[in-house]
Design a binder for this molecule. Structure first.
Ligand code: DP6
Length: 315
């Protein structure tokens, strides 16, 4: 049996969102974004030599026993294999590529970030073995960005800032516990790549770049000294992004009755207790909660509550 190569990728949750592109060629983001790397939501990619003159894919989006990945996400994956082969001088070779996520894909949990990071890392392992050289970490992150913009942030932790061609790890003095409430894991009707294009028609996109930068500065301060303000900024930020979706022409959206119900309960709980988790959403119906490590009891209470009603994934 030939050698095998492995790559692991992580999801991340953006507190300041990447939405809209300056150019889709290299996934150049319109605005700065800030994320928290979710190293418990992982993709594992295994690379072997193909027995034929073609690449063979086995892509499992939600555990090893799940159905195969949907056509759009599969195409995104296989197209990026071609880009990586060229970059790593592996064009004449064919692989059997297996990819498995330990969480549901295509529903707003940044699965393309983790899967394309894992793919980049697996092919880089092959490149290292074959060429006896290594590509620097930042260059690999920027390469992975070509596959899916948000994946470049997953290369850095605990927080990551992506600003133009710079992606950097940020160490804020706050440790977070994560939980995502999966209210719906059906693959979304509008992919995030399509969303980036469609928000170009929203009039609200005009000042988005400045808004995101201003919020990011405020959020970095608030995360260190004013948790309630941090909650308010994260809340405003995800609604800003969902507002872009709904003010596009034609409009589109991800929030169903179930998501709205959970959001309302979370907001009411904040109003009542003047405390709670940061709440945010990606381009999908599912709701991410982030707690400070000293809110462990509250995190536990929330986990009991939400997992009695929905599938939850947590740190
Ligand atoms: C809504 O990275 O999935 O999750 O660059 O087209 O692959 P492509 O898009 P993708 O965008 C996801 C954006 C988001 C918000 C965020 O993660 O910042």
């Amino acid at each position: 049996m030939g050698a095998t190569y492995q790559g692991v990728g992580f999801s991340n949750i953006a507190l300041i969102k990447y939405m809209g592109k300056k150019s889709s060629k290299l996934n150049q983001a319109l605005n700065v974004s800030l994320s928290y790397t979710l190293d418990h939501l992982q993709t594992h990619v295994l690379l072997e030599d193909s027995p034929t003159d073609a690449d063979i894919y086995n892509l499992k989006p939600d555990g090893p026993d799940s159905e195969s990945l949907g056509p759009e996400a599969s195409l995104k994956f296989s197209r990026f294999v071609e880009v990586l082969k060229k970059e790593f001088q592996l064009e004449s070779q064919f692989f059997k590529i297996s990819s498995v996520n330990n969480f549901p894909s295509d529903c707003g949990l940044a699965s393309s970030a983790s899967s394309l990071m894992a793919l980049t890392e697996a092919l880089h392992e092959k490149y290292k073995a074959q060429h006896q050289k290594e590509i620097p970490h930042l260059d690999r992150a920027l390469l992975s960005r070509q596959g899916s913009g948000s994946s470049c942030r997953s290369f850095f932790k605990p927080f990551s800032i992506w600003d133009g061609d710079q992606v950097t790890a940020v160490n804020l003095p706050v440790e977070l516990l994560h939980m995502v409430i999966v209210v719906d894991k059906k693959p979304k009707a509008v992919s995030s790549t399509q969303a980036h294009q469609r928000v170009q028609s929203s009039l609200l996109l005009k000042d988005r770049e400045q808004r995101a930068r201003m919020r990011m500065g405020q959020l970095i301060g608030a995360l260190q000294s004013d948790w309630k303000k941090a909650f308010e900024i994260c809340w405003a930020e995800f609604w800003d992004m969902h507002g872009l979706f709904e003010t596009s022409m034609p409009p589109f959206g991800y929030l169903g009755a179930e998501s709205l119900k959970v959001l309302e309960e979370l907001r009411q709980s904040w109003e009542l207790n003047q405390d709670g988790p940061l709440v945010t959403m990606d381009a999908g119906p599912n709701i991410h909660l982030l707690f400070r490590s000293d809110q462990k009891e509250l995190w536990n209470q929330n986990l009991q509550l939400w997992k009695s009603r929905y599938e939850c994934h947590h740190s």
